[in-house]
Design a protein around this ligand. Sequence first.
Ligand code: 1GP
Length: 247
Amino acid sequence: MSVYDKLMQVKSERGAGYFVLIDPDRWEISDVDGFVDRINTSGADAIMVGSSLILGDDLQKKMKRIHELSDLPVILFPGNLSQLTPHVDAVFYLVVISGRNPQFLIGDQVQGAPIVKEMGIEPISTGYMLIESGRVTSAEFISGSKPIPRDKPEIAAVHALAAEYMGFKLVYLEAGSGAEHAVSPEMVQAVSQYAKVPIIVGGGIKTPEEAEKLVQAGASFVVTGNVLEDESKAHLMEQFAAAIHTG
Ligand code: 1GP
């Protein structure tokens, strides 16, 4: 079964799915094992790996280790082409549809296509929308694109509909890692009522309660990364999974 089909199965059986994002720069390779073990038993449905910007030089080694340690789907969440790796099951084939920067609309996708084919990883086409979240995020700065204003849910909704009509398999509402304000349930609701394409929501989600509200508003998948990097909050992983699996 493809990773995308597995994700759709999660959505139909569990109501919504929970993804844990690993930013490789934030973990020493020696700590990766413990964190992945924790994800494996938390009830999470997939592991995402990647970041807008990666400085460390051991990315491939960390990806390989994560992939070896987990039976969950491991999905690359690439900030740029240099993050492409065969040590994942699938890649979110991102197009920054909220922006108007040709490099992130078609340039990198063309450059990346033969690499993905050669590596044999599953591409999952994803319309990626940056949503304004209180301050400039790395994703916004690096992609050189303006985010959608957080109080304009109708703009996000029409972008999602366009993504659906263009055949994207998912849309991603992204406030940015460590965002001050997560995407609002109101915006998620507007998008889910207007378009049928499944919605991933991430960026700045700090509590299981917030995650649950996003699912109630229509999110099909919720991502957390930053909040779990604090050891004292790692226990929240199980609570996120339980809150998100409302099906
Ligand atoms: C970032 O949506 C993801 O691209 C997750 O964000 O790290 O803030 O949870 P956080």
